[in-house]
Ligand binder design. Sequence first.
Ligand code: MRU
Length: 364
Amino acid sequence: MGGCCIYSGNYLIPPHDEKLTEYKVTMKAIEWLNDRVRIIDQALLPLEEKYIELKDYLSVARAIKDMNVRGAPAIGVAAAFGIALGVKDNKTSDYSKFLVEFNKVADTMAATRPTAVNLFKTVDRMKKLAATIEDVPQLKKLLVDEAIKIHMEEIESTLKISRFGSELIKDGFAILTHCNAGPLATAGYGTALGIMIYAHEHGKKISVFADETRPRCQGAKLTVWELQQANVPVKLITDNMAGYLMHSGKVNCVIVGADRIARNGDTANKIGTYSVAVLAKENNIPFYVAAPTSTIDTSIATGDEIIIEERNAEEVTHINGVRIASEGTEVINPAFDVTPHRYITAIITEKGIIRKPYKEGFGI
Ligand code: MRU
C-alpha cells in the first residue's frame, strides 16, 4: 500500500503521492503501548522534554484535568486510550458487570474538562460500541482497537486539514495564531500549525506571529517550540500586541484551532480568540479556523450553548508558580471564549475549506 507517512521527530511528513491510506506512525505527543499510554508532559515544555507513562484510567483522567495532555483532538485521543486502559483492567467476563465498570471509566473521562467536544464524542463512540456486543473478551478487543482507530483518524484528518489549508497561504505570508494547535494539541499533524508547517515544507516562505496566550501561555511555551522544531520562522508576541501588528499591515491572515464548533459555525477556542477575530475583521484580515470535523458539535445550534470551562485563580495570579498579584486578589478565569461565525472567513476541515453558510457546508 502506498501513502505511508514518514515519522520524523515530532512531525508526520506527508508522502509524495499523498494517498492518505495508511500510516505507520507513532506520535510522540501521545502513544498507545498496549498496557499503558505514554505522553509528552505538555505542562513542562519547552524547558523540560519529559515523557510520562500512564498505567490506569485514573492517571489519564488526571493528566487531562491537569493539562499534561491538552488541545481538543489530543484530549479526545487521550480519553479513548484512558477508556482502553480501563477496559483492559476490567476483569469480569459477565457483560452487565463489565458495563457497570466500563460506564464508570467512561463517565470519569467525560468529567475531566467541559469545553472540547472531541472528549464527549470519544466517550459516546466507545459507549455505543460497548452496547453492541455481549461477548466480553471480543468486546474488550474491539474497544481497544476503536481507541487506536480514533487516534489514527485524527492523524489522517489533521494531515488533510494541513494540505487543504495550505492552499490559502501565499508565498511571503505572515500568519498570526493564538494558543497552540500543533502536533501536541492534536496527537496528529496539527491543525492551525499543521497548515503552517505544511506550507513551509512545500516551499512557501512564511513567518508566524505567535500570541503568548495568557494565562497558561500555550503560545509562548508550545507553539513557538513546535514551529522552531519544524524550522518555521516565528516571533513571539504578547496578546496585546496583535492589534498593533494588524493595524501596521504586518499580518496577512490569522489561523487558529477550535475546541467546539456549533452548527452555525460559532467557534469556541482559547480565551482571547474572540478579541483576535474582531481585530482581524476591523483590519480586513482573513480569520480562519482549522479543525477536524470531530470538533463540530452538530447537537448545538449556536455557540451560546457551549459550556466555558472556568479554571483556578492561580493561573491568573501566578506565572509559573510565582505570584504576580497581591494576596487575596479576586479573579475570573474563563479558559475559552466563543467567536461568532460572522467573524470567521472559512473553516478548514479534513473534508475541505468550508465557507458561509456553515450549516450547509457541514452538510447538516
Ligand atoms: O486549554 P487548552 O490548552 O486545552 O486549549 C486548547 C485550545 O484552545 C486549542 O486552540 C484548541 O484545542 C485547538 S487544538 C487543535
